[in-house]
Design a protein around this ligand. Structure first.
Ligand code: SF4
Ligand code: FES
Length: 259
């Protein structure tokens, strides 16, 4: 049974560390104070304040990222107890049984190159956002006036898609997204759907479809559906994959007849 941690208690952490991108990873154990409100980021911060292992060795503090501390930026995404999630919103009492002597394991995401310890290089994601032109193509040095109207129904359909924080959790959980292929993953497919729905964003719809129908695009999805299970923002990723899959069929027919 999982119960709130008590004041004054400590918890064991087993952190997979890596000193540099090419160095060999190794595990290091820590024991840190923990209370009912502790989350994994607060445990990592405690270690940083006094980086001493459970065995008493003084070490360099584990590197980790954190920015918003409220599950909005996605920077603190890591694998905690074998599941990808955000360290800032992972309450220790929710994942660690009361009085357990077992350590909490903390590892960097495996689908991205490690820079150091828990910090990974997610540039691939940002390159893919550029590939699908994940923006509204309106740019000007003068006032263009009000944009086109978006109905409440359209807003309602677009809002869940707009919540993606490019954390990479869906990519970490996806068996088709590997370090040595170029599958864009559910995140990019869903973001493309979002921009294709926007009245101005849809100006670039065909260009996005070209990318999504090319190598590493929609056809690489194996329909494992892991993405939707781990998305902290509950984005309907499998629905987006279905929508883009159908849009790809329509686009190919349109292309065929416009030759
Ligand atoms: S779709 Fe969800 S899991 Fe994937 S990057 Fe966006 S917020 Fe993270
Ligand atoms: S610090 Fe921003 S999501 Fe955790």
């Amino acid at each position: 049974m999982i119960a709130p941690a008590e004041k004054g208690k400590t918890v064991k952490l087993n952190i997979l560390r890596q000193d540099s991108p090419d160095a060999k990873p190794y595990w290091q154990n820590f024991e840190v104070p923990c209370n009912a409100g502790s989350n994994v980021t607060s445990l990592l911060r405690s270690i940083s304040e006094s980086p001493v292992t459970a065995g008493g060795a003084k070490v360099a503090p584990p590197a980790y990222e954190a920015s918003c501390l409220e599950e909005v930026c996605g920077s603190c995404t890591m694998v905690i107890n074998g599941r990808v999630r955000q360290a800032c919103s992972t309450l220790v009492r929710k994942i660690h049984p009361h009085d357990s002597e077992e350590p909490i394991t903390i590892e960097p995401m495996t689908k991205f190159p490690v820079i150091r310890d828990l910090v990974v290089d997610r540039s691939r994601t940002f390159e893919n956002l550029k590939r699908i032109k994940a923006w509204i193509p309106i740019d000007s040095s003068y006032n263009l006036g009000p944009g086109p109207r978006i109905t409440p129904e359209e807003q309602q359909a677009m809002y869940p898609l707009s919540r993606c924080m490019t954390c990479g959790a869906c990519l970490e959980a996806c068996p088709q997204f590997t370090r040595d292929n170029n599958f864009v993953g559910a995140q990019i497919i869903s973001i493309a759907r979002y921009y294709n729905m926007h009245p101005n964003g849809k100006i670039l719809k065909d260009e996005r479809m070209e990318v999504l129908m090319g190598e590493g695009g929609i056809t690489d999805c194996g329909n494992a559906q892991n993405c939707v299970k781990v998305c902290p923002k509950e984005i309907p990723l499998t629905e987006s994959i279905g929508v883009i899959g159908r849009a790809a069929t329509v686009y190919s027919i349109k292309k065929f007849f416009s030759k």
